[in-house]
Write a protein that binds this ligand. Structure first.
Ligand SMILES: [Zn+2]
Length: 442
């Protein structure tokens, strides 16, 4: 019996060493976009239509800070701009210095302007740029949207020279910048149009202000002042990149295909429809908690958790309740859970770490992966320990160039890979047991 036992250990060591490695499974795409938000104040004017034509021809999007009074007179231009993907924002009703208005007049001014913009376009959020950049606490209180300044003042109104405008734009354009122009001056419109080719050649994507902030992971607040949105490690793909355009017939060529098959087979994650898996769509927090609950195989509580933003009938309600019960999610009465928000990579690490703790599986995790990242300081303090554990154990991987991108949203493909890695980690001991069983029988 004894030699057999030793042979068993030897064989199983070889067997484990030869286990397939899944480390390469997760490769977050680097969307590496250079974003620029060009803004036009004081219009719409006589040259705005011409500007719209040029923008359309160059597939560029900008933000118009319109005067309410002019927008009301030229609704068709505003409507067209909005329908062509540009953002319409408020520059007050008639260019008043907002800090000199009475509170009532200020409120009136901003409400009327926002009202006209909403009526014409149906756009929900109305950002504000106060004329002369003049604001105080009262303006902030009644802004009704974020207050948008600029990182590049072209002084186009002063120079009124096409070449100067073009050169200023090209000299000062930088990733995440907001450029101030006025579409009531033909020289500004022409100078901007003249810069488009070179901006494109330098790899800039021209986006609206709201798109700039969204893609840089900045959640804007009403009354807060913003001047730019540099890349701080979050660089999300454009809005229409939501997986819808993914060619599902090529799913077997996706980098995460093996992991996708794994999670489907295990019943952890289903497709987004009968025929689609949407691997590149982001995963929502409610969905991730549901997946963890499925992974546990446990019976879920009937009663939903006490979050104010969780509907008792939502598909994730009992999973969230289960997660709160087992301290995978911190539950506070009246708190918000944000079930429809996308899960960030660091949040994913924290939940998975807590899940492992609950399952008493932390001890099984082998730690041999890397422990430091180039964007280390982007990791939130409360997530640091979990991120380290998940990365060290090769459950969650960083990018090939040594970053972790903690604030990036996790895609369904990434989550699939993480789940497969996690399960492989946890199944090693049972494979060992299976082997022993196979070798020696009962
Ligand atoms: Zn102005």
């Amino acid at each position: 019996m004894r030699p057999w036992f030793l042979l068993g250990i030897l064989l199983s060591l070889i067997f484990c060493m030869g286990m397939p490695q899944y480390a390469a499974a997760e490769e977050p795409v680097d969307y590496g976009a250079k974003l620029l938000a060009v803004t036009f104040d004081d219009g719409p004017g006589a040259d705005t239509t011409r500007l719209l034509d040029a923008l359309k021809a160059n597939n560029a999007h900008v933000t118009f800070f319109v005067l309410g009074k002019l927008a009301e007179n030229r609704p068709e231009i505003v409507k067209r701009a909005y329908s062509e993907g540009h953002q319409i924002a408020s520059h007050s009703w008639n260019h008043a210095k907002l800090t000199s208005l009475s509170t009532e007049a200020l409120q009136n001014d901003l409400n009327c302007t926002a009202g006209v913009i909403r009526n014409i376009t149906g756009q929900k959020d109305v950002y504000l740029r106060p004329p002369y950049g003049s604001y105080n606490d009262t303006v902030r209180a009644y802004a009704g949207g974020p207050i948008i300044f600029w990182s590049v003042d072209t002084l186009d109104w002063k120079y009124r020279n096409v070449e100067t405008v073009k050169q200023t734009i090209l000299d000062q354009a930088e990733d995440g910048g907001i450029i101030l122009l006025h579409d009531i001056h033909p020289t500004s419109v022409d100078g901007f149009i003249a810069s488009l080719g070179e901006l494109k050649a330098r790899g800039y994507e021209l986006v609206t202000v709201s798109e700039l902030f969204r893609r840089r992971g900045v959640v804007v607040e009403n009354g807060s002042v913003y001047i730019s949105a540099p890349n701080r490690g979050i660089n999300l793909p454009p809005l229409n990149y939501d997986g819808k355009e993914y060619d599902e017939s090529k799913l077997d060529e996706h980098w995460a295909y093996e992991a996708i098959c794994f999670v489907r087979k295990k019943g952890l994650l289903e497709g987004t429809s009968e025929t689609e898996f949407s691997p590149d769509k982001y995963m929502r927090r409610g969905m991730f908690v549901t997946v963890l609950a499925r992974l546990s195989g446990e019976e879920l509580p009937a009663k939903a958790a006490g979050f104010s933003d969780i509907d008792d009938n939502a598909y994730y309600a009992s999973s969230v309740a289960w997660a709160v019960q087992h301290k995978i999610v911190n539950g506070e009465y009246d708190a918000q859970f944000g079930p429809n928000e996308f899960i960030t990579r660091e949040q994913l690490c924290v939940m998975l770490d807590r899940y492992a703790a609950y399952q008493e599986e932390q001890a099984k995790i082998k730690k041999e992966g890397v422990t430091s990242f180039t964007d280390e300081e982007e990791i939130s303090p409360w997530a640091r320990e979990s991120v380290t554990l998940m990365v060290q154990s090769n459950v969650v991987n960083g990018t090939t160039d040594g970053a972790f991108l903690p604030q990036n949203y996790a895609t369904r493909a990434e989550v699939s890979a993480v789940l497969q890695n996690y399960c492989e980690q946890m199944e090693h001991p049972s494979l060992w047991k299976q082997f022993i069983f196979w070798l020696f029988g009962e």
